[in-house]
Design a protein around this ligand. Structure first.
Ligand code: KG4
Ligand code: ZN
Length: 339
């Protein structure tokens, strides 16, 4: 089965064709990162307009690279939640139009479940149950996954997402956008023990997260108590603060994810989402996981951040489970993933 996947939930317009949920025939991602960089964050209205301009050429290129026509597709899968509502609507409208015009089944894909699927796409022999972690710009969540489409939420952030904390701290330090990769770069070769930032673990039994405290701690460290006359930081200090911040966030993510595996007696941990691209997280999670007898999975970097291959791949399993949508399908900006 050849499925076209479409993704437009945030600042990447993406389309991909995936066969049988595992063979990626094409994978196009057009990022808007330069458009938003000067604002230090994604501007929803600009994102929507850029998706409208990009969606047709991106879909056409995905079909062309896969050497298929719309009529040769078996189905169409699209991210319909969660995300920026205007951005989601662009992809959803495109998918509905194609499904209607060509008479193809349509599947609604949850973006977060797409990030979880990125590991299955990269490692088809990944078995269930496994603990799935999604660490992105919008989410920091742990799930118990019993199949490609069955995910039970164990815990989530109570305030900022991990990626959001990276982005906000990058803005405070002026190291650029998007914050995650910029902080990782600035931290390279610097001292992660120079500043002890808080590792907020909340209730020891809980798998929830909180990252607003560390963001404020960085702000006070940089500005001191007097916001009107902030200290000038040397590049050396900025690097050390980045390394110290990154280390604290990574420690919390590793601690909770490994504990989720132990509590649920599950020896597999699959980490996805943009923050899963972080080298220090990959290194520390893999080492701690191994010390606890866990096998840890991280997708290749291009499947950590937003892409449509994970959407098309998951669409295959939804189709097989009969989870097909009708043309009333709508974009849903916030979907509450219940425990
Ligand atoms: O999954 P994603 O592309 O979009 C969302 O669904 O949110 O994740 C984007 C987030 C951003 O907050 C970005 O700063 C973060 O992932 N990110 C990273 C790295 N690369 C991207 N965070 C830490 N280290 C990285 N190397
Ligand atoms: Zn994402």
């Amino acid at each position: 089965m050849k499925i076209l996947g479409i993704e437009s939930s945030c600042d990447e317009t993406a389309a991909a064709v995936v066969e049988d949920g595992r063979t990626v025939l094409s994978d196009i991602v057009q990022t808007q990162v330069d458009l938003h960089a000067i604002y230090g964050g994604v501007v929803p209205e600009l994102a929507c307009r850029a998706h409208i301009e990009a969606i047709s050429p991106v879909v056409a290129k995905a079909l062309q690279d896969a050497r298929v026509t719309v009529s040769e597709l078996d189905a169409i899968a699209v991210t319909n939640a969660p995300g920026l509502v205007g951005a989601l609507l662009v992809g959803v409208s495109m998918a509905k139009s194609l499904a209607l015009a060509a008479g193809k089944p349509l599947m609604a894909v949850d973006h977060i479940h797409g990030h979880i699927y990125a590991n299955k796409l990269a490692f088809p022999d990944l078995e269930y149950p496994c603990i799935s972690a999604v660490f992105s710009g919008g989410h920091t969540s742990l799930y118990r996954s019993d199949s490609e489409i069955d995910h039970r939420l164990l815990g989530a952030t109570t305030d900022d997402a991990a990626g959001e904390a990276f982005d906000k701290v990058a803005k405070i330090l002026g190291v650029g956008f998007p914050g995650g990769p910029m902080i990782e770069k600035a931290a390279r070769g610097h001292d992660p023990a120079r500043v002890t930032f808080p590792r907020t673990l909340l209730d020891p039994e809980s798998f929830d997260f909180s990252f607003s405290g560390i963001k404020t701690a960085v702000l006070y460290h940089v500005r001191g108590q007097d916001a009107r006359s902030p200290r000038a930081l040397s590049p050396e200090e900025v690097g050390d603060i980045c390394a110290s911040f990154q280390e604290a966030v990574v420690d919390v993510l590793v601690e909770k994810a490994v504990r989720a595996c132990e509590t649920h007696g599950v020896p597999r941990l699959a980490v996805g989402g943009g923050v899963a691209a972080n080298g220090r997280l990959r290194e520390k999670m893999t080492a701690r996981g191994a010390a606890h007898g866990l096998r840890t999975y991280f997708p290749p970097l291009r499947y950590c951040t937003d892409n449509a291959a994970m959407i098309a791949g998951l669409g295959y399993h939804l189709f097989r489970a009969g989870r097909v949508s009708d043309l009333w399908l709508d974009a849903v900006p916030t979907k509450v993933h219940r425990k």
